[in-house]
Design a protein around this ligand. Structure first.
Ligand code: SF4
Ligand code: ZN
Ligand code: ZN
Length: 325
């Protein structure tokens, strides 16, 4: 079968949500041009921005780096990866793949381990939590500390945007979760131009938010990414509401391809009207320990609170451990 776009080359990929069979080149071009369109329509970044890509090392962040290198000046791109330190789950191989791609374009890669950042690996924090009967899931520790570290690294190095590799499936789950919770603020925050309530936050954007996870996997395969098979051992603690929503949305998408993309497009159209509503909200207060932003009415940020629950005196070490390569 010939490609539905160029009509010249043999089709290699079936793009489910459009029902088209595409050749390798037209598929890759389609992804890059859809990301470009999303970046432009929300002004996610422009020529002068310095972009820091938050990379886990998995396929999504590898694809994000590849696409960003096609859309932006490589001398204005950096990568940060946080090594959590999870026993039985060695991400260094994955990080190495990202580092290799980055080094071809002379892109700086910052690797920061949680051990260096807070003095404990994630596995050590989780064991402490179990021993003290603290009912917080490993994913909560992981997510909160990673987000805090990435923001501080990006800000400290003068990056103006943080790019995360969330895909369409992630975005649809977040939207449905926040609709079920009735959380309008978090819904508006899914927009790339959503409200930022502290000067200390570097704006985060998700250029892959309209690309299906399946398409990202195909793209990764086509550009030579080697998949690793091991999963994080804490995956079973992944928030159960999100896991259930994910299953349900997969089922919907299988029955009606394109339905999740349509959902995000429609929700975006409604939410943009609410962005200005948050424009005059006051700046978030600062944590009494680390000085980073925290929620209204709170004395400490979530990271400091979590560490204190484990009996750890919070202190964060960035500068002496940043390794720019
Ligand atoms: Fe972190 Fe949870 Fe993901 Fe493991 S599954 S890497 S603990 S967020
Ligand atoms: Zn083609
Ligand atoms: Zn704090």
């Amino acid at each position: 079968m010939k490609c539905a776009v160029c009509g010249q080359r043999d089709a290699a990929v079936m793009q489910r949500h459009t029902g088209r069979a595409l050749c390798r080149e037209c598929f890759v071009n389609d992804i890059v041009s859809r990301v470009r369109k999303e970046v432009v329509s929300f002004n996610m970044f422009s020529g002068n921005d310095r972009l820091m890509i938050a990379a886990s090392g998995g396929k999504d962040s590898y694809v994000l780096l590849d696409v960003a290198l096609k859309l932006h000046d490589p001398s204005k791109i950096g990568v940060v990866t946080i090594v959590e330190g999870i026993e039985g789950y060695n991400r260094l191989e994955d990080v190495e793949k990202v580092r290799k791609l980055a080094s071809v374009y002379g892109v700086d890669v910052v690797v920061l381990s949680l051990k260096d950042y807070v003095g404990y690996t994630l596995t050590e924090l989780v064991s402490l939590g179990f021993s003290k009967n603290v009912k917080v899931s490993p994913c909560t520790f992981c997510g909160i500390l990673r987000r805090k570290a990435i923001n501080e690294v990006a800000r400290g190095l003068g990056y103006t945007k943080v790019l995360t590799a969330h895909n369409l499936d992630d975005e649809a789950q977040t939207i449905v979760m926040n609709i079920l919770r009735g959380d309008l603020f978090r819904l508006v925050q899914t927009l790339p131009n959503g409200p930022i309530l502290s000067k200390l936050f570097v704006r985060k954007v998700k250029p892959l938010r309209k690309i299906y996870e399946e398409e990202i996997a195909v793209y990764a395969h086509l550009i030579g990414y080697e998949f690793q098979t091991s999963d994080c051992p804490y995956l079973r603690y992944f928030p159960s509401l999100r896991a259930r929503i994910r299953e349900y949305l997969y089922k919907l998408e299988r029955e009606k391809p394109g339905v999740l993309l349509e959902l995000i497009n429609r929700v975006d159209t409604v939410l943009v009207k609410y962005v200005s509503h948050y424009a005059n909200y006051p700046e978030l207060p600062r944590c009494a320990i680390c000085g980073e932003p925290t929620a209204y009415g709170r004395k400490y940020c979530m990271a400091c609170e979590l560490l204190m629950m484990l009996g750890i005196k919070p202190s964060y070490n960035l500068r002496s451990h940043i390794n720019v390569g």
